[in-house]
Design a protein around this ligand. Structure first.
Ligand code: SAH
Length: 403
C-alpha cells in the first residue's frame, strides 16, 4: 500500500470529496507525488496532506480520479464481494420479491463506473471507467460466488467508455450465450435478448412505477388506456393486467412494437391491446387537430407519457421542454374528465420543478385544471444519493383532470 502514488488536491477542492462525491476533475489536482499508471489505485489527500481516501486514477478522462473508499483499503476480490453484497442487501430490503433488478448502480453504490443488472439467472455487466474495467476479472469472480448465475454478459458499448480510452466490448464472459429470456417484473413476463437487444434489456428503473401507475386502473372502471413511447409495453401491459378495458400502445421502433405484441401474448392480454408503430408527436397531433366547428373528443381514462430524455446536454433543454409541452397539451385534450395523466421525465438536466412547470404551462394552454395525485422517482434499485446529484434523473407525476 505504501508504494501507491498520492494525488494532492488544491485548497478548497476537498469538500466535495468529504461530502461523498466520488469524481475529482483534472482542475482540482495540485500534483502527484509520483507518476501513476492509468487505472491504478491512488491515495488522495488534501493540500494539507490529510487523507481523503483512495480511488482509481485515469489521466485520459476528464474525471482524473474516481473515489472508491474514504479510507485506505485494498481493492481486491473480497472488496468487490463485500460492496456487491451490500448493494444486493439494499435491493432485497426495498424490493423484496423482485427477481430482476439493477444490482449495482455505479455512483449510487460507491462503485463509480460499474453497473450490474440481474435478469433472472443472467447478469449483465457494464464497466464505463478504466479502473473498473481493469478489475473485471475480480468482479466476475465475486458475482459468480454471490449469484451462481447461468451466464454473465458484458454490454460495453457505452459512449462514455471512449472518454476513458476504452474500446467497445460485448459478449458472454461466463457461461453459455443466454439467448432470449423471459424477465419477470411484478409477476408479468417480458421477453428480452440481452445480446442482440439494442439496449441492455429492459428499463428496470420503472419497475416500481409500472405497479404504482397500474393501481389507477381499477379506480377508473373500464379504463381506456394510452401508453405513449411504450417500448416493450411496460406500462401498457401492466395496465391491461390490472383490468383495463383497452390499451393502445405507441412506439416509433418497429422492433419494440413487435416485442410488445409478443409480450402481450405471453401475458394473456393480447385481446385488449392494440399497437401502432408511429411517431407519438405526429399521432397526438393528428388526434387533436379539429376542423372548424369540430371538437376533440376526449376518449382516454389513463395516458402514460414516458419519452426518451431528448437532452444529451444542457443546451438541448429548451428544445426538449418545447417537445414536452406539446405532448402534454395534446395528451390533456384526449383525457376524459377525472382521467389520469402519468408522465415521466428521465433527463437529469430537467429538474422536478422545471418538469412540473412545463406541465402547468401545457394545462394552461389546454384550459385544464389538474390535481396532482402522485409523484414518482426511479425504482429503489437505482438509489438516489443527494450528495451526488448525478444519481437522480427520473421523475414523474400523476395528475387527475379536475375540469
Ligand atoms: N415506457 C418504456 C420506455 C420508453 S423508452 C418502458 O417503460 O419500457 C423510449 C421509447 O420511445 C423507445 O422505445 C423509443 O423507440 C421510443 N421513441 C422515441 N422517440 C419516439 C417518438 N417520437 N415517437 C414514438 N416513439 C418514440
Amino acid at each position: 500500500m505504501n508504494t501507491i502514488s498520492t494525488v494532492l488536491l488544491k485548497p478548497g477542492e476537498a469538500d466535495r470529496v468529504l461530502a461523498g462525491h466520488p469524481w475529482i476533475y483534472h482542475g482540482s489536482l495540485l500534483r502527484l507525488t509520483q507518476p501513476a499508471v492509468d487505472g491504478d489505485l491512488v491515495q488522495v489527500k488534501d493540500h494539507r496532506q490529510r487523507l481523503l481516501g483512495v480511488g482509481f486514477y485515469n489521466s485520459k478522462s476528464k474525471i482524473n480520479v474516481r473515489m472508491i473508499a474514504p479510507d485506505r483499503v485494498e481493492v481486491d476480490r473480497s472488496f468487490f464481494s463485500e460492496r456487491i453484497r451490500a448493494a444486493l442487501d439494499l435491493r432485497q430490503r426495498y424490493m423484496p420479491g423482485a427477481s430482476s433488478f439493477r444490482v449495482v448502480n455505479s455512483e449510487s453504490d460507491q462503485l463509480s463506473g460499474l453497473i450490474v443488472d440481474k435478469y433472472e439467472d443472467v447478469l449483465v455487466v457494464q464497466t464505463s471507467a478504466l479502473g473498473m474495467d481493469r478489475r473485471k476479472a475480480d468482479i466476475i469472480v465475486a458475482l459468480r460466488e454471490i449469484f451462481s448465475p447461468r451466464a454473465i454478459v458484458e454490454r460495453n458499448e457505452v459512449a462514455s467508455r471512449k472518454f476513458e480510452g476504452l474500446p467497445d466490448a460485448s459478449g458472454v464472459v461466463f457461461g453459455d450465450a443466454p439467448g432470449s429470456i423471459q424477465v419477470k417484473l411484478n409477476g408479468l413476463s417480458f421477453e428480452t435478448d440481452l445480446i442482440a437487444g439494442h439496449k441492455t434489456g429492459l428499463y428496470l428503473d420503472q419497475q416500481t412505477n409500472y405497479r404504482l401507475v397500474s393501481e389507477f386502473v381499477p379506480k377508473l372502471k373500464n379504463a381506456q388506456v394510452l401508453d405513449c413511447f411504450s417500448f416493450l409495453g411496460g406500462f401498457g401491459l401492466h395496465a391491461a393486467k390490472a383490468g383495463a378495458a383497452n390499451v393502445h400502445l405507441l412506439d416509433q421502433s418497429a422492433d419494440a412494437i413487435e416485442a410488445g405484441k409478443r409480450n402481450a401474448k405471453a401475458n394473456g392480454v393480447e385481446a385488449k391491446c392494440s399497437f401502432e408503430n408511429v411517431n407519438v408527436f405526429d399521432w397526438l397531433k393528428a388526434q387533436t387537430t379539429a376542423k372548424p366547428n369540430e371538437k376533440v373528443l376526449p376518449r382516454f381514462d389513463l395516458i402514460v407519457l414516458d419519452p426518451p430524455s431528448f437532452t444529451r446536454n444542457r443546451a438541448a433543454v429548451p428544445d426538449a421542454l418545447r417537445g414536452y409541452k406539446e405532448i402534454h397539451i395534446r395528451a390533456l385534450k384526449l383525457l376524459k374528465p377525472g382521467g389520469v395523466l402519468a408522465t415521466f421525465c428521465c433527463s437529469h438536466h430537467v429538474t422536478t420543478e422545471l418538469f412540473q412547470d412545463v406541465i402547468l404551462a401545457a394545462a394552461y394552454d389546454a384550459r385544464k385544471l389538474l390535481r396532482r395525485v402522485a409523484t414518482y422517482g426511479q425504482s429503489p434499485d437505482h438509489p438516489v444519493i443527494p450528495a451526488i446529484p448525478e444519481t437522480e434523473y427520473l421523475k414523474g407525476f400523476a395528475f387527475e383532470i379536475v375540469r
